[in-house]
Design a protein around this ligand. Sequence first.
Ligand code: MD3
Ligand code: FE
Length: 206
Amino acid sequence: MNVLPKGVRHLPGFLDRAAQQALVEEIRAVVAAAPLYRPQMPRTGKPFSVRMTNCGDLGWVADRTGYRYQPLHPETGKPWPAIPETLLDLWRGTSAYPHLPEACLVNFYDETARLGLHQDRDEADLDAPVVSVSLGDACLFRIGGPVKGGRTTSLKLVSGDVLVLGGEGRLAFHGVDRLYPGTSALLRKGGRINLTLRRVTRPMAL
Ligand code: MD3
Ligand code: FE
């Protein structure tokens, strides 16, 4: 049985085609202001196959010195553009979390890009979920438990799908094994965009 970790919700087809197209236009504007760049693995400097950028007050970056969130694009030195209101609404509607996200990581996969199994734990607030949106070509996504080397389950993520990763699922190991090129016409030149909305800092108590 392919059961997702507790706290992980897959919402297939959450965005219809019109909503996906509108979101792609908003991401084009983000990328125009904050160009995609290729992060590097800490220490080794090995380049990621996935290209990335961010919007929001903070963006996730990776270079030889480590992984971190920072307010400026590592190549342009400019602040990240704002998170589009459409995505804030999506967070309000799916996260069940009472504070807004501070970061939206934009991952771009060409047909050869992959993302190895990893945990997302650079956020100080691990109580908040991560909300992920898939656009463009489908991919094979893999998710396991909180310990490396345990059982994993795989699912295909297609354009318009949303994943909400909270609770016990928040520290699950996960990655993208492969793309399925040519499975979507959303992006004229193909490929896949994944958006992850994240709370980074711990909100002040009310
Ligand atoms: C499970 N992105 O950006 S999205 C990442 O498709 C990342 O680009 C993948 O892993 C992608 O860090 C997967 C689904 C996802 C995102 C965040 C998670 C799954 C997660 C955080 C915790 C557990
Ligand atoms: Fe991740």
